[in-house]
Write a protein that binds this ligand. Structure first.
Ligand SMILES: [Zn+2]
Length: 190
């Protein structure tokens, strides 16, 4: 027996409610029929989002660590103003910048996979680059104070302890500590 006419609403987009109910029921039926596939898809998507965010998080940790490293060099220089500290800090800042570029590229190219975390890492990267520039400025001032100072800097040149001077580390191939050179050398360009 059909329901009384007055109780039948117009339905979605003016279609009879019977069609809307049919569409809804079909949707639910499809969801139920493919729930395994949907669950697997959701699982894979969430896993991928998590992997991207974790990658960005570790890059953020690396940036934070190298920021601390520069802070320690700054303190070290205050206690003992040697040019060698400045040379080491300059090497650290070069690595800092490479790391910063990597973090920016990762956020640009794969950060959109997790739209929730992307803006947060973008803000962190902005702040981190500002810190890098601040350290650059501080270093430039200190370096200028040493102009004309020809006191020799003790050049560090020793076999790499990671690969025992072979330049090869286990199955990784080229040693990542010495860059495959087998030696640890600090640049003493000023
Ligand atoms: Zn090595």
């Amino acid at each position: 027996m059909p329901p009384p006419r007055s109780l039948i609403p117009t339905g979605v987009f003016g279609r009879p409610v019977r069609i809307s109910v049919w569409a809804l029921a079909t949707g639910v039926r499809l969801l139920l029929r493919h729930q395994k596939r949907l669950a697997v898809t959701a699982y894979l998507l969430l896993g991928l989002m998590g992997a991207v965010t974790f990658t960005q998080f570790i890059l953020e940790e690396a940036l934070q660590q190298i920021g601390f490293t520069c802070y320690h060099y700054k303190n070290s220089y205050r206690d003992h103003p040697s040019r060698e500290t400045l040379v080491r800090m300059e090497a650290a800042l070069t690595k800092f910048e490479a790391m910063q570029d990597t973090a920016d590229q990762v956020n640009t190219w794969i950060g959109w996979i997790n739209p929730l975390s992307r803006p947060a890492f973008a803000q962190y990267n902005v702040a981190s680059r500002l810190q890098l520039e601040a350290y650059r400025g501080w270093l430039a001032d200190r370096v200028s104070e040493h102009r004309g100072d020809d006191t020799p800097i003790e050049v560090v040149d020793r076999p790499c302890t990671k690969c025992n001077g072979t330049g090869q580390y286990k199955s990784y191939g080229s040693c990542y500590t010495c860059g495959g050179t087998g030696r640890i050398v600090h640049d003493t360009s000023y």
